[in-house]
Design a protein around this ligand. Structure first.
Ligand SMILES: *Cc1c(COP(=O)(O)O)cnc(C)c1O
Ligand SMILES: [Zn+2]
Length: 447
């Protein structure tokens, strides 16, 4: 079956191009985006047909710029949407869901974009796939290259977390550590892409890659019973993900699968790399590049390619882009883990902490149906939280257990949990370690 995609279209001047490995407009240097025949999608994509599809992002193939589903594939997507009542209660909210994209094959949402980019690259006749990565993309390109038997080169900043390097090199692909930050890596890859006939998933086949993120919105709508939530909170690195979640809901509305097209879109950045949040705060039309310095390395893009488009969407839907400190990121990771059972990497700490901030500021209201996008797994960034956890260590003696564990844990009950000794829910969060988020929350609640 041929794709419903019609052309590549310049996001600045609207000129169209054929569906080839192109990514910038020849006339105005604007970025290219895939344009579709929505009539065709409307005719093809019924709820029944989607429901009968595979339990992966390929159930939405009618909305993607590929002719075929991949022959061999990791089945990314269709991750859980979890009603997060305990997290909601902590934040003073009532209707909160977490989209748990740590449940993807390589434990981040990047499996969505890579699935689509690789399939399109193979359809276009490429036999080497490559990328410039802040880590998760490298993991995913490695896995997809291995599954499909494609040769791969991935380029990463040399100071990347060791977990992400090992979890990429394990696939037997070429991992190139570049002494520089992501923006240096990206510049190098753009140069290599002009020399070699390789498919750089986030450079020369970026328009196809970016479409993969729409499936986060499709799944959310389907899992909510075919509707869009009131508000969403998405992390922002290059800004691509946020713009495509928006496009996904918009398309479902456009083809009549949901009624309202536009949730309020909010963005989350780490203060140490917050060029889009800064532009939002200052009411600026430009995103000024910064030099990233944050533990949220997967969001550490100082010169975000889609920053201005993310800004536009947030503004026109009435959303907000906020940033949070390093301490708030760590607190966000812990808050999410302790209230939902989901362990996220630093990017998810950013998103959770921004939601906490927006709730405390009254920008997300108790009655808003809100979806929080958790895009990567905590096992990838253990160092960020390694010195914040506490454990007991005892000799194998009952008396040690009673004296050093039970008595201690009675003294420090966990938030909102029943303690085995008392049978009552603990009244407050753990003693001593009161966090910025909690202080903010207390302030917000007092108003
Ligand atoms: C890449 C990434 C993002 C954001 O991606 P952009 O599309 O570049 O904004 C968010 N979370 C995680 C975990 C990522 O790896
Ligand atoms: Zn143009």
């Amino acid at each position: 079956m041929t794709t419903t995609a019609e052309s590549l279209r310049c996001k600045e001047c609207g000129r169209t191009y054929p569906l080839q490995a192109l990514f910038v407009c020849d006339y105005c240097f604007g970025p290219l985006e895939v344009a579709y025949d929505y009539e065709k999608i409307r005719r093809r994509a019924t709820k029944e047909r989607i429901a009968a599809g595979p339990p992966s992002l390929w159930r939405y193939a009618d909305f993607l710029p590929v002719n075929e589903r991949p022959a061999v594939d990791l089945q990314a997507g269709y991750t859980p949407l979890i009603k997060a009542d305990r997290l909601a209660a902590e934040l003073g909210l009532k209707k909160l869901w977490v989209k748990n994209d740590t449940a993807n094959p390589t434990h981040s949402f990047k499996d969505r974009v890579v699935s689509v980019a690789l399939q399109r690259a193979l359809e276009l006749g490429f036999d080497v796939v490559a990328c410039a990565s802040t880590g998760n993309l490298a993991n995913s390109v490695g896995a997809h290259a291995a599954a499909s038997g494609t040769e791969a080169y991935v380029f990463v900043p040399a100071n990347l977390e060791i977990q992400k390097i090992i979890a990429t090199a394990i696939y037997g692909i070429n991992v190139v550590k570049v002494r520089g930050n992501y923006d240096d890596v990206n510049r190098l890859c753009t140069e290599i892409a002009s020399e070699k006939k390789w498919a750089f998933v986030n450079v020369n086949v970026r328009p196809y890659y970016a479409e993969g993120s729409k499936t986060l919105a499709f799944e959310t709508a389907e899992q909510l019973g075919w509707r869009a939530p009131d508000k969403i909170v998405s992390p922002v690195a290059s800004g691509s993900l946020l713009t495509k979640i928006y496009k996904g809901f918009w398309e479902l509305g456009e083809v009549g699968l949901i009624r309202r097209k536009e949730p309020v879109v909010c963005g989350a950045q780490a203060e140490g790399c917050s060029p889009v949040a800064a532009a939002f705060r200052e009411g600026s039309e430009h995103v000024k590049p910064v030099k990233p310095d944050t533990i949220a390395k997967s969001l550490a893009i100082g010169n975000p390619a889609d920053g201005i488009f993310a800004l536009d969407i947030v503004r026109k839907t009435g959303g907000v882009i906020e940033s949070v400190t390093e301490q708030e990121i760590v607190d966000g990771i812990k808050l999410l883990a302790e209230t939902t059972g989901i362990f996220t990497e630093t990017a998810g700490g950013v998103t959770t902490a921004v939601l906490a901030k927006l709730a405390a500021q009254g920008k997300v209201h108790a009655q808003d149906e809100t979806v929080l996008y958790i895009t990567g797994d905590g096992l990838k960034t253990l160092d960020a939280v390694a010195d914040t956890i506490s454990t007991y260590e005892i000799d194998p003696r009952l008396s040690d257990f009673e004296e050093q564990v039970l008595e201690q844990s009675v003294a420090a009950p966990k938030p909102g949990r029943r303690h085995p000794a008392s049978g009552k829910a603990a009244a407050s969060r753990a003693t001593g370690k009161s966090s910025a988020i909690q202080k903010k929350k207390a302030k917000g609640a007092a108003k």
